[in-house]
Each structure stands twice: as structure tokens, then as C-alpha cells.
Design a protein around this ligand. Structure first.
Ligand code: SF4
Length: 387
């Protein structure tokens, strides 16, 4: 009984009652028409406000309602500028503006952008990596599985070595994988192994306690959902506990021989930023992966991980990179910014024309790896020191 309609009707009735005593029929009719116009105007305004709120998707239905009400209105209301059209007009204009704003970031520019000297820099990195004696070359995830094992077991071992390698030096991962393989690195054996024993087998990989849990949970999922094999899609792989995009893309490449994306770890992330291989500095490896994939030719996606990881282990170190021996020191925007060595004044001719006699020192051997792993964790907490 408190609806505006009821109150309006009551007031009309009340006025009609008070007028009927001393007014003419013409006065009474005029009063009724005035009240009706006021009510219709209020109702139309309410409908318009509702249309504005609901937006253009409801336009056909609401337009019908609006026309119906307009049809009931006296002539003076019909001839007013059509207010309901304006909200839709404004909405369309807003959409156009948003589209224009998106369009301002030219897709052509993004697709065509590439770092000015990346081909020359990549060539130098290949040259610096030509001896293939970085830890990743002999102890990376590609080298940690049993080549004699059945295919599904090899793939599982690739995945496990990738899981163990996170925040861990290759030497430590390789040693842990050797112990695991001697124990029996299959889905069934891992599930039959208690957490304490598994912890002892993989210690001292980084975050080994968490990795015990992740490896067990992942093994259980693989047994239940994939018959003991690993998923053959990135989407399936990232569903596994402890498996992120970097591991998923590397697993696709190494285990399934399919290049699905660039595997970006801390080395690839750091070096891409230092070399100016990203349109703007990126904050994390996943951002770096997307930015690299925008311009780097797909046929290089697999090689780039291996190249940059080894280059980061031997030359472009996280702290104090060896810029003074790096063949890219004359084109790298970060050269000598993180290195105590003084920048040479001019580019020697051999870096541009002749084959260099590039010599580098390989990273410390496994016996010092535990100490280095602790240092590595401290560095990681500094969130990728980038110049
Ligand atoms: S010049 Fe220095 S910072 Fe640049 S890529 Fe070489 S080692 Fe890294």
C-alpha cells in the first residue's frame, strides 16, 4: 500500500472528491488530465533511469516498454527530444572511445619490434657458449634421466629433475637425481617411499621439504589421471603441484620434443633485461617469457634457454658479471654497470670481425655447490638484481 502508484492514485481520488463538491465537470476533467500527465512523466523518467543502468544489451526489450509508455503520453511529452536514445548513443560513443584507446597500442608496432642488435648479440653468446662446458650442458634436466628406461619413466624423470632444479644449482639437482634413480625413480616407487626417505634422497636441493610434498602429490595425480605418464600439454602440466610455466614449457620440449614456449628461469630473465631484449624491463620470468615470445623467432625458443642459462652460469653472473670478457660489452646497455671492472675505451676489432679466443671459467664444482646454493637463495631474495 506504500507504492508510489497507490499514493498517486489516492491523491487523485482525494482531489477528485474535494473538487466534486463545487466544481464543474470540465474542471474535474482538466484536473484528471493534469494529474495523469504528471504521473506519466514520472513513470517515463523512472524507466529511462532504469534503461541507463541496464545498458545497451537490454535495449530491444526496454525500447518496447519505452515506446508503449510514450504512446500513452499526452502530445507534449511525445514531442520532447527523445531522451532514451541519448543513453544508447552515449554508450556507443563510449565503446568507440575505448576501442580507439586500445587501438592506440599499435599491434603492428608490437609485432615488428625487436632489439636493435639482438642477432649480433646472439651470435656472440653462441660463440661464448661454443665450448659447452657450463653446468647446464652436463647436468641440466636433459641429462638427468635414465636413457635406458621406458619412455613414460624417462618423461617422469625429466619432470622430477625440473621440479628439483628450481632454486637449486645443476650440480645439486644432478646428484639428487642420481640418488633417486638408484632408489627407483618411477611413479610407483616414489609413492611407495615415505617422506623422510625421499627427503634424505633429494637433500640438499632448495626447499627440499616442499619438494618432497610436491613430488609425492604430483606422482599421485600422474598415477590416477595419466596412467603413470606425464601430461602432454602445458595446461595439464601446470595443474600439477609445484609445476609452473617455466617447468611446463621445458618439460614439453625435453620430454615430448614439442616447443610450446620459452623456458624462462632466473638466468634468462636477468640476461634478457640486461641486454635490452625486452621492450621494457620486466618484473618476473613469466612477464619476460611473454615479452620474448613477441619478437624472438619460434625456431630459437628451445635454444635460447640452453644458451642463456649457460651464459648466465659462466659470464653474465647474477652479481659481478664478467663484462670485461664478454663479447657483448660494446652493445650491451648494462655492460660494466654491475661489474667492478673498468669499461674499455674502444671496441677491439676481433669482436666484430675475427673469431675470438674467448676463455671463461666454469662455475665451482659440486663440492662447493651446497654453500653456493645458500648464497643463491640470498641472491634470490634480492629479487633479481637488474641494473
Ligand atoms: S656485457 Fe656484462 S651485463 Fe652485458 S651481457 Fe655481457 S656480461 Fe652480461
Amino acid at each position: 500500500m506504500s507504492s508510489p502508484y497507490f499514493m498517486q492514485s489516492s491523491s487523485v481520488l482525494a482531489r477528485r472528491g474535494s473538487q466534486s463538491a463545487g466544481s464543474s465537470p470540465a474542471d474535474s476533467l482538466r484536473s484528471k488530465l493534469t494529474s495523469r500527465r504528471k504521473y506519466d512523466t514520472v513513470k517515463v523518467e523512472a524507466e529511462e533511469a532504469r534503461i541507463n543502468e541496464l545498458g545497451p544489451s537490454s535495449a530491444p526489450l526496454l525500447t518496447g516498454i519505452r515506446l508503449e509508455h510514450i504512446h500513452q503520453l499526452p502530445a507534449q511529452v511525445k514531442t520532447e527530444p527523445a531522451p532514451v536514445k541519448n543513453p544508447h548513443g552515449r554508450r556507443r560513443r563510449q565503446l568507440t572511445v575505448e576501442y580507439d584507446r586500445d587501438d592506440g597500442v599499435s599491434p603492428m608496432k608490437t609485432e615488428n619490434w625487436e632489439p636493435p642488435e639482438w642477432k649480433k648479440q646472439l651470435g656472440f653468446i653462441r660463440e661464448m657458449r661454443s665450448s659447452r662446458d657450463a653446468p647446464v650442458d652436463n647436468m641440466g634436466a636433459e641429462k638427468c634421466h635414465d636413457t635406458e628406461a621406458p619412455a613414460h619413466v624417462r618423461r617422469f624423470q625429466v619432470l622430477v629433475s625440473l621440479m628439483l632444479s628450481s632454486q637449486t644449482k645443476d650440480q645439486v639437482t644432478a646428484t639428487a637425481m642420481q640418488k633417486l634413480r638408484a632408489h627407483g625413480c618411477t611413479v610407483e616407487n616414489i609413492l611407495a617411499t615415505d617422506d623422510e626417505t625421499l627427503g634424505k634422497l633429494i637433500y640438499p636441493v632448495g626447499f627440499w621439504r616442499n619438494k618432497v610434498k610436491y613430488v609425492k602429490l604430483t606422482s599421485a595425480m600422474l598415477q590416477k589421471e595419466y596412467g603413470g605418464d606425464i601430461p602432454n600439454t602445458v595446461e595439464g602440466l601446470v595443474r600439477l603441484p609445484g609445476v609452473g610455466p617455466k617447468m611446463a614449457h621445458l618439460a614439453m620440449d625435453i620430454a615430448w620434443d614439442q616447443v610450446s614456449g620459452i623456458g624462462v628461469d632466473t638466468h634468462v630473465h636477468r640476461i634478457s633485461n640486461r641486454l635490452g631484449w625486452l621492450k621494457k624491463l620486466s618484473k618476473n620470468p613469466e612477464e619476460t617469457r611473454k615479452a620474448l615470445e613477441e619478437w624472438l623467432p619460434r625456431e630459437l625458443w628451445s635454444e635460447i634457454n640452453w644458451l642463456l642459462v649457460g651464459f648466465g652460469q659462466q659470464v653474465c653472473l647474477p652479481v659481478n658479471p664478467l663484462c670485461s670478457v664478454c663479447l657483448n660489452q660494446y652493445s650491451c646497455p648494462s655492460a660494466h654497470k654491475n661489474s667492478p671492472a673498468k669499461k674499455p675505451k674502444a671496441e677491439p676489432s676481433h669482436t666484430s670481425n675475427q673469431k675470438s679466443t674467448f676463455k671463461i671459467k666454469t662455475e665451482p664444482q659440486p663440492e662447493t655447490a651446497v654453500k653456493d646454493e645458500m648464497a643463491s637463495k640470498e641472491l634470490t631474495s634480492l629479487k633479481y638484481i637488474i641494473s
